[in-house]
Design a protein around this ligand. Structure first.
Ligand code: BES
Ligand code: ZN
Ligand code: ZN
Length: 491
């Protein structure tokens, strides 16, 4: 979808569909819509009245016009003005543009929705909503989705706002395209997305954006002592890849490492999952997809921050060479780990990635993103990521970035007392504890490898993949945390 900014009265925009917003608490039509309604011969007001349209957030109605420059007029509700947030704007734009698409419009103009917010942010939110909600994944289908919007025009109500609106729109495009890139990787099946594929994608990203890339093969990982990571990879015919992408702009003010869990398929290993539990496990590389998407978007944003993207990519499979329950692994930092359960593999791979970050990169802070535990889904449900951190300032900044990005993130505790649950009779640590508080135990396990570096962990087992259509995403991979991380790194 090609995104443009225009600035002229609503009634003069030639387009297949025009999307306008209606607050729930104004009497009659606001002035801009009243002018549009006059130009449309009162049809707009007539439809709103006839339907008893309430203008609840993202409620939609439409009409086909005759003799008007916009072939279809689409009205989206904005709810009560006092409750208006950027997320209201995203969801309203999403609902309006989705309706336009379903009505077979190819060119869509959207008014700059949401009155009381800064124009740049509103523009970003409109473009995000439009692009995120019309995402489709059909590359494996013979029959492609016929209906698609090809041009989105954002209407700046005032020519003087055009520059700000243009900047916001470009940022919205960058954020939404990065999210779509992550969704594609998650939606692709594990027979195509294996560790070698992730390394190849990292190579393309590096080439196109002039990032540095280092891919460590199994032998090199062995030399570096990444026994925990390699233990997970042992059962698969797919060779593991340790991926390190770096974005190093001149005059960077800080250095951040982001680590994505990159299990391209999680069968559970010898502690095999049930068929139901295994069905979705191509999504166990959603953290890696988010990290690749963020690294790919960074150059366009031109931020003065050095970012290192790390992925310990492997497939968790059962076989004659697989890791056994009871095996003891030695991680890169020397810690020995008894494998209580081969299905708790994510933390083993992240342990070595965290140790690598601390010794090879020495970042000011490190953030990992991982579909780590079913327990986190039990705790917070499918829409919300769990946040854990050894540094409250970092946690606070991430929470506020997530809020601005419109992604749900909730902090969970790392109680010291639960650390005992990870004790092993034979090694320094066990990789599993009791069932209760499983997301916390996993967080405590990772904390052991973060050392003294400020560290945060996002457990995205819930929000990485949706079983139903959402306001901003169709069923499938969601690209969770891409926008939160980009917002965070932009500050
Ligand atoms: N990849 C899973 C976590 C997961 C579960 C993600 C459901 C998305 C949806 C992870 O590797 C795993 O299997 N975790 C186990 C840990 C347990 C063995 C301690 C779990 O959550 O059951
Ligand atoms: Zn697992
Ligand atoms: Zn897993």
């Amino acid at each position: 979808m090609n995104v443009q900014v225009v600035s002229r009265p609503l009634g003069e925009i030639r387009t297949d569909a025009l999307v306008v917003g209606l607050p729930a608490d104004t009497k009659g039509l606001p002035p801009r819509l009243a002018a549009l309604d006059r130009r449309a011969g009162g049809q707009l007001k007539a439809v709103i009245d006839a339907e008893g349209f309430k203008a609840k957030v993202a409620q939609v109605t439409h009409l086909h016009t005759t003799g008007h420059p916009a072939g279809r007029l689409i009205v989206v509700g904005l709810g009560e003005s006092k409750d208006g947030t950027l997320e209201t704007v995203r969801r309203a734009a999403a609902a309006g543009v989705r309706r336009a698409r379903d009505l077979a419009a190819r060119t869509v103009a959207v008014d700059l929705l949401g009155d009381r917010l800064p124009a740049r942010q509103r523009a970003q939110a409109v473009v995000e909503g439009a692009l995120l909600a019309t995402y489709t994944f059909d590359r494996y289908k013979r029959e492609k989705n016929g209906k698609a919007v090809d041009t989105l025009r954002l209407v700046a109500p005032d020519g003087r706002l055009a520059r700000e609106v243009g900047e916001g729109a470009r940022r919205g495009e960058t954020f939404a395209r990065a999210t779509a890139f992550a969704r594609d990787l998650v939606n692709m099946p594990a027979n195509d997305v294996h560790p070698t594929h992730l390394a190849k994608v990292a190579g393309e990203i590096a080439r196109e954006n002039r990032l540095r890339l280092r891919v460590l093969e199994r032998a090199e990982c062995q030399k570096m002592g990444m026994g925990a990571f390699l233990g997970v990879a042992a059962g698969s015919a797919q060779p593991p890849k340790f991926i390190h992408l770096s974005y190093t702009p001149p005059r960077a003010r800080r250095r951040v490492a982001i680590i994505g869990k990159g299990i391209t398929f999680d069968a559970g290993g010898l502690d095999l999952k049930t068929p139901d539990g295994m069905l979705r496990m191509k999504d166990d590389m959603s953290g890696a997809a988010a990290v690749l998407a963020v690294m790919r978007a960074l150059p366009a944003l031109g931020l003065p921050v050095e970012v290192h993207g790390l992925i310990a990519a492997a497939e968790n499979m059962p076989s004659g060479t697989a890791l056994r329950p009871g095996d003891v692994l030695r991680a890169m930092n020397g810690t020995t780990i008894e494998v209580g359960n081969t299905d708790a593999e994510g933390r083993l791979t992240l342990a070595d990635a965290l140790a690598y970050a601390n010794t090879r990169i020495k970042p000011d802070e490190v953030i990992d993103v991982a579909t780590l535990t079913g327990a986190c889904v039990i705790a917070l449900g499918p829409l919300c990521a769990g946040l854990f951190a050894n540094d409250q300032a970092l946690a606070g900044r991430l929470l506020s970035a997530a809020e601005e990005a419109g992604e749900r993130v909730w902090q969970l505790p790392l109680f010291d007392e639960y650390r005992d649950n990870l004790k092993s009779e034979v090694a320094d640590l066990n990789n599993v504890g009791p069932r209760g508080g499983g997301a916390i135990t996993a967080g405590l396990f990772l904390k052991e490898f973060a050392g003294s570096t400020p560290w945060a962990h996002l457990d995205i087992a819930g929000p990485a993949f949706s079983e139903k259509d959402l306001p901003l995403a169709p069923k499938g991979g969601t690209g969770a945390t891409v926008r939160t991380l980009l917002t965070y790194l932009s500050r």
